[in-house]
Design a protein around this ligand. Structure first.
Ligand code: ATP
Ligand code: MG
Length: 203
């Protein structure tokens, strides 16, 4: 495959946002509410290809990654096109996967995430959409934040503050289970998004 454009064109997504086909040199590693993410095999690069109706996010996210350039907590970006971006492939586990697999999240990780977010704020951005699947603990124990498309939004996002509160109130307690099934975690996230968890308000 000669160019990233050609590679991105092999990714076929239907009108129901189902992934239909993609080139053999891509390994599907993640799915979000706006895109499919692939590792470009035998490289340290990841390609994020947006759903047909959300392709405009590619430009926005690429610009924000440029603004975050050289902050170690964010992947570097290498290329972008009409419906895709190419960035560092981050090897590790999202916080969601950590909780699912029983991999411990330490207070040091939490402090590092705070530091990452304040560095982004110091560049005039408004870190938003900070949820368990957008934070990765790398194989070397470092923190990386991905999915920065909403960092320019104006409204106040309480998600990270709520996650920290839950970390202190529940996760840190000795008898709280450190391994929770994905279905239960998704259920809690669903209730949270509905605003049905008292004292964990969305705004
Ligand atoms: N650079 C990367 N390296 C490794 N894995 C990644 C990378 N980018 C994304 N992923 C994986 O793909 C998943 C989906 O990516 P991403 O969060 O960027 O998509 P999205 O559609 O914007 O998500 P959301 O639903 O949060 O809006 C992530 O949760 C993560 O597991
Ligand atoms: Mg995401």
């Amino acid at each position: 495959m000669d160019t990233y454009e050609e590679l991105a064109r092999t990714v076929k997504i239907n009108s129901k946002n189902r992934l239909v086909d993609y080139d053999d040199s891509l390994l599907h590693i993640g799915t979000g509410r706006s895109a499919f993410v692939f590792q470009i095999k035998s490289t340290r690069k990841a390609m994020k290809v947006f759903f047909p109706k959300l392709t405009y996010i590619a430009k926005e996210e690429a610009e924000i990654y440029e603004e975050l350039k050289d902050i170690e907590y964010f992947p570097s970006i290498f290329a972008s096109g009409a419906n895709f971006i190419v960035m560092d492939y981050i090897e590790g586990s999202t916080l969601f996967e950590c909780i699912n697999k029983g991999k411990l999240i330490t207070p040091v990780h939490i402090t590092e995430i705070d530091r990452a977010l304040s560095l982004a704020s110091a560049r005039g951005l408004n870190p938003s959409d900070i949820h368990l699947k957008n934070i990765i603990i790398t194989t070397y124990g470092k923190i990386k934040i991905i999915d920065v498309a909403r960092f320019r939004q104006k409204k106040d996002c309480r998600q990270w503050n709520n996650l920290k509160k839950a970390y202190r109130q529940f996760y840190c307690k000795r008898f709280f289970p450190k391994k929770i099934p994905a279905a239960l975690l998704n259920g809690i996230a669903w209730l949270y998004k509905k605003g049905w968890i008292p004292s964990y308000t969305l705004r």
